[in-house]
Design a protein around this ligand. Structure first.
Ligand SMILES: Nc1ncnc2c1ncn2[C@@H]1O[C@H](COP(=O)(O)OP(=O)(O)OP(=O)(O)O)[C@@H](O)[C@H]1O
Ligand SMILES: [Mg+2]
Length: 230
């Protein structure tokens, strides 16, 4: 029996920070370059799902709603709307707006290459990306943000912070802020970290602005960033 060639498809989930997609405003050039990479990798049998974060627009709306007395849960709902707007831009640039919609529930995702934003209050899109990676049995989760990797403490607050090339599960849980708030600024939220650890999801954290570096990471080449060692 000849003729059957097994196709090996590598599944990757990218948690794409709203901080690079749409902050302070929509970053058209970045979106086009990212989508270009996704479409190019698709031809190489690397399927990428993208979970997009909220960025500045989410924080602006959350801050205003909070100042009007809205609950944290309601502020989170507003932030989720912003993440879906950002996800809709990626879907538009991919040219998939006609046939696809933004999933609102990870459990209902069956595809290997979805674009989505947040789902429910109580966690960030980083947690959604970890849930998605677990659901579709991804080979790799990439957390792409606006810093080069995971530092021993927040590099914005502490200029002397040191970037970690590798971080173990205990150390990771020690670095991450514990409590969730709408619009929280964190490299990974606690829920994401717990899902990554529990499900042993291969995870890299890197600066999403450098797409050549991201592509190297996806292809198993050496890259600048942090590897979560499980
Ligand atoms: N230990 C840490 N290592 C690295 N960055 C950290 C750490 N602790 C806090 N941060 C902060 O996390 C920020 C990135 O998170 P932020 O939520 O702002 O961006 P994002 O997740 O890329 O975007 P969005 O949340 O809008 O999707 C960094 O700019 C950095 O200041
Ligand atoms: Mg974030």
């Amino acid at each position: 029996m000849g003729g059957l060639i097994a196709q090996i498809i590598m599944k990757v989930v990218v948690s794409l920070g709203g901080s690079i997609v749409a902050s302070p405003s929509i970053n058209r050039n970045f979106i086009l370059s990212y989508v270009d990479m996704v479409l190019r990798l698709k031809k190489e049998d690397i399927s990428i799902s993208t979970v997009v974060g909220g960025g500045k627009i989410a924080r602006d709306y959350i801050e205003a709603a909070r100042s009007f007395g809205a609950s944290e849960e309601f502020c989170d709902e507003i932030g989720i709307l912003a993440t879906r707007m950002n996800a809709s831009l990626i879907l538009s640039a991919l040219g998939e707006w006609a046939e696809k919609r933004i999933p609102v529930d990870v459990e209902k995702v069956e595809d290997d290459n979805v674009v989505m934003g947040g789902t429910l209050p109580g966690h960030t899109t980083d947690a959604v990306s970890a849930m998605l990676a677990s659901k579709i049995k991804a080979d790799l989760l990439i957390n792409a943000s606006n810093v080069d990797g995971i530092y021993d403490k927040d590099p914005r607050e502490f200029p002397e912070a040191i970037m970690l090339l590798r971080v173990g599960s205990k150390e990771l849980l020690g670095i991450i802020k514990g409590e969730h708030m709408a619009g929280i600024t964190t490299i990974l939220d606690i829920k994401a970290a717990k899902i990554i650890i529990r499900n042993r999801i291969r995870t890299f954290v890197l600066n999403g602005r450098d797409l050549e570096n991201m592509e190297r990471a996806i292809k198993g080449k050496s890259f600048n960033g942090t590897e979560v060692v499980l």
